[in-house]
Design a protein around this ligand. Sequence first.
Ligand SMILES: Nc1nc2c(ncn2[C@@H]2O[C@H](COP(=O)(O)OP(=O)(O)O)[C@@H](O)[C@H]2O)c(=O)[nH]1
Ligand SMILES: [Mg+2]
Length: 344
Amino acid sequence: MKFIDEVKIEVEAGHGGRGCMSFRREKYVPRGGPDGGDGGAGGDVVAVADPDFTTLLDLRYQRLYRAGRGEHGRGKDQHGRRGEDKIILVPVGTIIRDAHSGDVLADLSEPGARAVLAHGGKGGRGNARFVSSTNRSPRKVQPGLPGEERTLEVELRLLADVGIIGLPNAGKSTLISVISAARPKIADYPFTTLVPNLGVVGYDDGKSFVVADIPGLIEGAHRGEGLGHKFLKHVSRTKVLVHLLDASAIDEADPLANWLTINRELELFDPVLARKPQIVAANKIDLPDGAEKAKLLQEQFASKGVSFCAISAAAHKGLRALINMIVRRLEENKVEEEHAAGGV
Ligand SMILES: Nc1nc2c(ncn2[C@@H]2O[C@H](COP(=O)(O)OP(=O)(O)O)[C@@H](O)[C@H]2O)c(=O)[nH]1
Ligand SMILES: [Mg+2]
């Protein structure tokens, strides 16, 4: 099974500058020779793999990338400056195809890897370059060549960073729909299994994470549907779980009952998942009952040292705080991984 983020973009490299037609004008030199400089080349559009990016969210916001044009040549043999390259930062693992031919133009599997997606046009030659023994005052110049233009398909296989668990009706699907800026597609998924819900959540500086609900812990089991071991393998790589509780449905006599039920299921389902760090989110605090019982839960989880927040997915309350908690946890995780890898 593949989670795939896919975006179509347009790239336009810069046009080359025109060559210049010019003749020297100097005092005491009656007929100066040609001194028209060459035009500068247009800038390239270049993709660079940057480990700070994990999804293609930025590319959804900006679809057109244009490099700078080359400057025209000038007199006194001055060449035009080269146009500025346009750099597109993409996540490591991004594959870029020409939308028309389907050819793979870039497979950026290493941090820092670069690939030119569209080449700038060559600058035209100025008339100084056309001097020959038979023509000492050429009036010939070349125009700059156009830069390449392409429509590209950018593709990235995603891993889910965050798993959402909870009883049916807790609000998992609603939460994903309200915090996601994009919904990647899922390829090669058999219809006989439950379909996970995916979302890309943007936070600051173009950063983002991928969230997937983990349906079927309980929902599928009673319908005899499985998730399939491929999905299981996929979600077992998540770094943090958000355990969503319907606060309004909490039994005051035993507030942690629902939480414990899901945790037990999780342990049976996959012990690796059960050991992931959890953030508990009490949902539906827009309901009077929900707000009341969320306070009860807060006390319970505070005494257990479990990360907790109260939200309303439907009324968009507390979502920023939840996202901040997730981001903090993901960043801690990244530091731990770098330590484990022997980095700083
Ligand atoms: N009042 C209220 N209802 C909510 C909230 N979030 C979800 N719901 C409702 O709860 C029901 C179940 O939500 P859903 O997202 O399908 O839950 P899931 O089964 O966990 O995916 C739906 O009727 C939602 O509209 C919330 O914050 N407040
Ligand atoms: Mg659902």
